[in-house]
Ligand binder design. Structure first.
Ligand SMILES: Nc1ncnc2c1ncn2[C@@H]1O[C@H](COP(=O)(O)OP(=O)(O)OP(=O)(O)O)[C@@H](O)[C@H]1O
Length: 204
């Protein structure tokens, strides 16, 4: 994915002021930034949901986006969500979704209605839906919100596996946890991305 000189304002409020980044295949990258720094705005632009005032975004292959706000119908079961998205993605089977659900220890919820899922379980469904078509480029907005420690570790296991399989994964969060797991880390500040030095590198 190649992003060049992206600018975006909400009326007079300039949020992004020239964001550029390149994400190669087989990369696990992160963007951190304080609340209101513009992370979600940037992800919406990268995913095509929002048109930037200026700048370009290019990416090849299949694309997956896991937004912060879960887009679900509470009256549908997990299985119905999977069927709906399988058909929307034009997939023949659910092998990939089943694999993700197993990694996240989520298979037992297949017949549960989304409205009855806990926050963390809804997020597991959200991640499964974003990953079930095996995207080449994957954008994740605060993907581990609501996860318990075990699930959090499983999430990183999954993200690392995707990276090792040649996918590009971009994780956006307000917390700079687990930066050792990332190949690249940027901080979004003042409307631009800055390379975030790892503490060990800074001290060396
Ligand atoms: N639709 C909108 N209309 C007007 N202002 C907006 C809109 N969406 C976001 N903003 C403003 O743009 C700024 C960046 O918001 P954004 O949601 O992108 O930040 P964020 O880094 O994702 O924050 P958080 O960590 O709290 O999720 C904030 O000041 C926010 O109030």
């Amino acid at each position: 994915m190649d992003v060049h000189d992206v600018h975006h304002s909400y009326r007079q409020h300039a949020v992004l002021r020239g964001v550029g980044l390149r994400l190669k295949p087989g990369t696990l990258a992160g963007i951190v930034g304080e609340n209101g720094a513009g992370k979600t705005t940037l992800l919406k632009i990268l995913s095509g949901e929002l048109r930037p005032d200026r700048g370009t975004v290019h990416h090849g292959g299949r694309f997956g986006y896991c937004p912060q706000t879960v887009v679900l119908d509470d009256s549908f079961t997990v299985r119905q969500h999977l069927d709906f998205f399988r058909s929307a993605f034009g997939l023949t089977g659910l092998e990939r979704a089943e694999e993700v659900m197993e990694t996240l220890a989520f298979t037992e919820y297949l017949d549960q209605r989304a409205g009855r899922l806990s926050g963390g379980s809804r997020q597991k469904l959200n991640l499964t839906l974003a990953l079930m078509h095996d995207p080449d480029v994957l954008l994740l907005d605060e993907p581990y919100q609501g996860f318990d420690w075990e699930t959090y570790l499983r999430f990183w296991e999954l993200a690392t596996r995707l990276r090792d399989a040649g996918r590009s994964v971009l994780v956006v969060s307000h917390l700079a946890y687990d930066i050792d797991r990332l190949d690249q880390l940027w901080r979004l500040e003042g409307g631009r991305l800055h390379i975030q030095e790892r503490p060990t590198e800074a001290a060396a």
